[in-house]
Design a binder for this molecule. Structure first.
Ligand SMILES: [Zn+2]
Length: 78
């Protein structure tokens, strides 16, 4: 199985077992799956840079690179 298929499996698992989990991760997983279909998966939605492989390994549903995620989290917390 390719790395991409492994990530797709992880995303589907996240999306389908999500009721007991953080809802926003479920929404992100669904978004990431649709981005796989259109070919933009792995690209930051804010700055359009590639998201690091290590980050996608840890969180396959990540939609932002680590820098943009920090900025986003600060914005939400403010
Ligand atoms: Zn970014």
């Amino acid at each position: 199985m390719s790395k991409r298929d492994q990530r797709r499996q992880s995303l589907i698992a996240l999306a389908t077992t999500g009721t007991i989990m953080n809802r926003s991760r479920v929404i992100d997983a669904l978004e990431a799956l649709s981005r796989m279909d259109v070919g933009t998966y792995g690209t930051c939605i804010d700055c359009n840079e590639r998201i690091a492989n290590a980050r996608l390994d840890a969180r396959p549903e990540a939609l932002r690179c680590i820098e943009c995620q920090h900025l986003h989290d600060q914005y939400l917390a403010a």
